[in-house]
Design a protein around this ligand. Structure first.
Ligand SMILES: Nc1ncnc2c1ncn2[C@@H]1O[C@H](COP(=O)(O)OP(=O)(O)OP(=O)(O)O)[C@@H](O)[C@H]1O
Length: 293
């Protein structure tokens, strides 16, 4: 379990994380989504005690992270895969972590196999690793102490599509066995397939928080017309909030009947009217991405 309440952090004279609250429950994967610079890393750093909040509190497994004895045995953390010691081999890096945590050396080999680093890769120095290999090593390190919670910052960065699919399976399995997963990404497509919950952050503030199904379902209807301009006018006259998705489509925060009536009253010929199935979420995310941080 992870809990954040009113987390706020000021850096460089401005609030880069502002009043952020959320909970991650055991048995679930929470995707923490936001464009670059939105405040994901800063939030995660506060969760694991690397940064002190200016306001608010956070707890992992009902405790302040600092007070967890031998934290690697309870919380697996991967914040910056690129920052691992370049001069050690992957296996050496894991052996050092294992000994620090009091985990038998044999577990290192289990983990190397699990994350797909073979004997030859495990012997190479980390400086020779690709980013994808570093992510695999970082994940092995996070899992080494058999933790109940995983906190992973952009773990899919540098992985190829097959690697991303593999990681999804691993995280899903971890959560299905009762673990709590909190992972960040700047790509909706990367997490929507694995996350049960989505927490979306933009410019330091939470802009959406809910189960993936709620967020995907509760986003109105997708509508298209022969004349998009007339459609926009008709929706506006009916007082319906519409977001333009592309040249011909709008996502409207209303039910299909209300949109159909607005079109009828405006004499607009519709060519498509259906549940948006996440198009609204994509629009929201797209708008956040376009907004400079
Ligand atoms: N030490 C610092 N001093 C000043 N500003 C900072 C500092 N660290 C981060 N920031 C700023 O805080 C904002 C949030 O950064 P953060 O790294 O948390 O975002 P992010 O969502 O993780 O994005 P990214 O994926 O690019 O790291 C950014 O605008 C960043 O420039």
């Amino acid at each position: 379990m992870i809990e954040a309440t009113g987390l706020t952090k000021r850096l460089g004279g401005r609030a880069v994380v502002s009043d952020v609250s959320f909970r991650c429950e055991p048995g679930t994967v929470t995707g923490f989504l936001g464009p670059n610079g939105a405040g994901k890393t800063t939030t995660m750093r506060m969760l694991v005690g690397l940064s002190t909040p200016d306001a608010g509190t956070c707890a992992v497994l009902d405790r302040d992270y600092h007070t967890i004895a031998n934290p690697g045995r309870h919380v697996g953390v991967l914040l910056d895969a690129a920052a691992q010691h370049p001069g050690r081999s992957g296996r050496e890096a894991l052996i050092i972590s294992a000994r620090l945590m009091g985990v038998p050396d044999a577990r290192v080999d289990e983990l190397l196999t699990l994350v797909g680093l073979d004997t030859s890769a495990a012997k190479k120095r980390v400086r020779q690793y690709s980013l994808g290999m570093r992510q695999r090593l970082g994940l092995a390190n996070a899992l080494l102490g058999d933790p109940q919670v995983l906190i992973l910052d952009e773990p899919a960065n540098g992985l190829d599509p097959e690697g991303i699919r593999w990681m999804r399976g691993l995280l899903r399995d971890f959560a299905d066995r009762g673990g709590t997963v909190f992972l960040s990404s700047h790509l909706l497509s990367e997490v929507e397939a694995v996350a049960d919950r989505l927490l979306i952050i933009g410019q330091g503030k939470i802009v959406a928080d809910g189960t993936r199904d709620e967020l995907l379902a509760g986003t109105g209807v997708l509508v298209k017309a022969t004349d998009p301009r007339e459609l926009e006018n008709a929706l506006h006259s009916a007082g319906l909030a519409a977001q333009r998705l592309d040249d011909e489509s709008y996502v409207v925060d209303a039910d299909a009947e209300a949109v159909g009536r607005a079109a009828l009253n405006g004499g607009v010929v519709l060519t498509h009217l259906a549940p948006s199935e996440g198009a609204g979420l994509e629009t929201l995310f797209f708008q956040l991405t376009e907004t400079p941080a």
